[in-house]
Design a binder for this molecule. Structure first.
Ligand SMILES: *[C@@H]1O[C@H](CO)[C@@H](O)[C@H](O)[C@H]1NC(C)=O
Length: 798
């Protein structure tokens, strides 16, 4: 730079001389030099001696000097040759500022004689300054919406040089968006403006860097630059944009509150507040959606807020918006579709039409009892279900239509066996895990009169002691009816019939309410031993049902007849006469007393007893046979007429008796007669009716006796099992019964008795027990005494 400045200075020197030649012609006149600024020290400005036509030697003597301080500062005169030279660097801009013509005036004073010359040095401008901008960077902010054609004034550069050395042009680095427009003001300044050529879009390019160059017209040309930094200011001209137009998600219906469903995201290519987004539900979003879901305005996360229910809605549509913070704000809409996945959270719901169903027991098969409605609010397998009732019940389920079942009867019903059913009904869905609902269906079976009254026994035996008091209750039959209420209300009646030519109603009556049977007359065993009646029982159903039972009325014998002695027959008031040969030995059968008793059983069992005799040692009487035999040989001393009184008594309680007096005559010579009488049976001539009678009676008695012995042996055999414990007790209770049945293990209530009078086998009521009493003396004879053992009534005996 310094060199170029020197060269420039020498170039100006020549120019200055040429100029000077024309001007220094003044005595007391003016001299003028012209030099470029920035000459080197000592550079030649002018030759004062020559130009003032002074002798060089005079210069010192006349004390040449320069007056002006300014010129003295920058220049000096060499008094030895009169040359004016640069003393200090001269900066035109410093000396003159922006004045167009810069001169330094001076006066040259000489003494002896005093002479004053005026002169001036013009300082010529040299392009020594470059244009400069005050700030190296120019910052501009331009809104992106500014229309093309708008200009933005730029700061001017400065150049202290003048003229052509001052700024002559501005240029800008090339840009398709911007151009430069310059304008020269009246005072010659150039003003530059940045001109927008093309619409800006911050979202495409948000800033520009341009270089502004100012150039001057000097030679060499100088220039200065500044950076133009253009920031495109964002305008909220872009709406937010969601990632997806529609978001899709799914969610189990049992998702708890606070479950993250999904996250939506929108972006806004604007910046700052214009890109700051918040997420909200749009006005289209339903109130229900807002209850069930929450949307985080900052993050865009969607959370479960309320309980979901697949059965309420299978999907939800959430209308959401993203809103930026620009002014005015811009927004974007999106939709979130949330599918709710069914979870098996609903058990089947069972509705039974009627709480308690009532059906009559005779309902035909397939009768519909109740309707059952089952629904499951789940879907798919979770909503399908099976219904069931236990197999063993007489009911069945039948599908009538979707979700509707009919409970129908599948087997006959019987109220008397099962009056009520509680049917456990189960509906189970096919979800996993499966849910089920249990319901008890109550069914009451109503009564139908389908059971007749039933007597407690298949037949009854009533034992009535003869000579009973008329009008007393003798028995009570009971019949029960398994039905209910009136259907089981039993009344009793006797079936009319004739008994011995008299209407039954004259014998017995029955209490229709409770089955008590009353005897209306006094019975006589000897006249009527038994009869049969039929008792009918009716229920009060509509129509009524009835049944009847056979009742055997058995009159029991009372000892009301004394024994009657048939033989030997005696005239009234006198004794029977028997004859005995003297030769008869011991054991000779004198006679046999025959007696009868109209009573029966023990009351007719006769015992013979000698109550009086002339010679007690001579005769004895068979206690049961009634045979009178000799007890020893007849002695000479024995009186020939013996009188015996025989008592015949029955075994009744109390016993009745009769006596017979027999006179026995002992004769010495009646051997023939005795033989005769001994052969009485074989002698047809002497066979009388009485004898035949005796034989028949004897044979019958023997057969009966044989039967009794067989019976006794049988009883004894059975007794042997228990007799060891019981033998010592005076009386051993034993159940009496039929000779055949005694050996069978029949239940006590089934014990039967062959009643001598009736000739029939009749049932003995359970409560009646009988004992076999072994009397001390009968131990050898094995005779049986039957007497009641704990019998409840005295009229029952066997
Ligand atoms: C039946 O009713 C009558 C009269 O009320 C009564 O005397 C009798 O004892 C009753 N019989 C039974 C077995 O209840």
């Amino acid at each position: 730079m310094a060199d170029s400045a020197m060269n420039a200075a020498s170039a100006f020197k020549t120019c200055a001389f040429m100029f000077m030649v024309c001007t220094p012609d003044l005595i007391f006149g003016r001299i003028r030099y012209s030099i470029p600024e920035e000459l080197e020290l000592g550079a030649f400005v002018g030759n004062l001696a020559q130009d003032l036509r002074l002798n060089v030697p005079q210069l010192s003597s006349r004390k040449l000097r320069l007056t002006s301080d300014t010129v003295a500062q920058y220049m000096k005169v060499n008094l030895e040759n009169g040359i004016l030279s640069v003393r200090e660097r001269i900066d035109r801009e410093h000396v003159c500022g922006q004045r167009n013509i810069c001169t330094i005036s001076f006066e040259v004073i000489l003494e002896n004689p005093l002479e004053v010359y005026r002169g001036e040095v013009e300082i010529l401008d040299v392009n020594d300054n470059s244009p400069t901008f005050r700030d190296s960077t120019i910052a501009l902010q331009i809104a992106e919406t500014i229309a093309p054609g708008v200009g933005f004034p730029l700061e001017s550069a400065e150049d202290p040089d003048i003229g052509v050395n001052a700024i002559t042009a501005y240029t800008i680095s090339s840009s398709e968006y911007f151009s430069l427009k310059t304008q020269t003001t009246e005072d010659g300044f150039i003003i530059a403006k940045l001109l927008l050529e093309k619409p800006l879009d911050r979202e495409v390019q948000s800033s520009f860097q341009l270089v502004l160059t100012a150039t001057d017209g000097g030679t060499p040309q100088r220039s200065g630059t500044a950076q133009i930094h253009i920031t495109v200011v964002d305008i909220n001209d872009n709406p937010p944009v969601f990632d997806h137009e529609i978001y899709r998600g799914s969610l189990r219906e049992d998702a708890p509150r606070g479950t993250l469903v999904m996250k939506v995201k929108a972006t806004d290519i604007d910046e700052g507040m214009n890109a700051e987004l918040t997420y909200v539900f749009s006005k289209l979003a339903s109130a229900r959606v807002r209850e069930l879901f929450s949307l985080d305005p900052q993050t865009g996360e969607i959370w479960v807020e309320g309980p979901l229910d697949f059965e309420e809605a299978q999907d939800y549509s959430l209308n959401i918006q993203a809103v930026d913070q620009g002014l005015p704000a811009m927004l974007a809409d999106s939709k979130v579709l949330i599918k709710v996945i069914d979870v098996n959270d609903n058990a089947p719901e069972v509705k039974v039409t009627s709480g308690v169903s009532k059906i009559p027991e005779n309902s035909p098969l397939g009768t519909i009892i109740t309707l059952i409605n089952v629904i499951d609010r789940d879907s798919g397998a979770n909503g399908q279900f099976h219904c069931d009732i236990p197999k063993h019940l007489p009911f069945r389920l039948q599908i009538s239509s979707k979700n509707h079942y009919e409970l129908i009867t599948s087997e006959p019903l019987d109220r008397e066996s099962v009056p009520e059913y509680k049917i456990p009904f189960v509906a189970r869905d096919l979800g996993s895990p499966s849910l089920s609902t249990h319901e008890n269906i109550q069914i009451v079976i109503s009564d139908i009169n389908d059971n007749e009254p039933r007597f407690s026994e298949s037949s009854y035996n009533i034992y009535v002691m003869e000579n009973n008091t008329p009008g007393t209750s003798i028995f009570a039959v009971t019949a029960s009816d398994l039905d209910l209420d009136l259907n089981s209300h039993v009344s009793y009646a006797l079936q009319e019939k004739l008994i011995q030519n008299l209407p039954m109603s004259s014998y017995l009556s029955i209490n229709s309410m409770n089955g008590s049977i009353y005897a209306l007359r006094s019975f006589d065993y000897e006249e009527l031993k038994s009869f049969q009646i039929y008792v009918q029982a009716h229920d009060a159903g509509v129509p009524p049902l009835s049944s009847s039972v056979t009742v055997n009325v058995i009159i029991l014998d009372q000892n009301d007849n004394p024994p009657v002695i048939v033989s030997p027959s005696a005239q009234r008031g006198s004794a029977a006469i028997e004859v005995l040969p003297q030769s008869a030995g011991q054991g000779y059968l004198v006679t046999k007393i025959m007696a009868t008793d109209e009573d029966s059983g023990q009351n007719a069992r006769l015992l013979y007893q000698m109550v009086k005799s002339t010679e007690p040692s001579l005769f004895n009487v068979g206690q049961s046979t009634g045979e009178i035999r000799t007890a020893r040989n007849i002695l000479e001393s024995d009186p020939t007429t013996q009188t015996l009184v025989i008592l015949v008594k029955d075994n009744g309680q109390p016993s009745l008796s009769s006596t017979v007096t027999i006179q026995i005559r002992i004769m010495e010579n009646i051997t023939e007669r005795i033989t005769e009488s001994n052969n009485l049976v074989s002698s047809p001539e002497n066979f009388s009716d009485l004898n035949l009678y005796f034989i028949v009676i004897f044979a019958c008695t023997s057969i009966l006796f044989l039967v009794a012995i067989i019976l006794l042996i049988g009883i004894k055999c059975k007794q042997d099992r228990t007799i060891t414990q019981e033998y010592n007790s005076p009386s051993c209770c034993y159940k009496c019964g039929d000779s055949n049945d005694t050996f069978n293990h029949r239940p006590a209530m089934e014990e039967t008795l062959r009643y001598p009078g009736t000739g029939r086998i009749v049932r003995v009521p359970e409560v009646h027990h009988y004992s076999v009493s072994l009397s001390p003396e009968s131990a050898k004879s094995d005779f049986l005494f039957l007497k009641p053992c704990g019998a409840p009534t005295s009229r029952v005996q066997c």
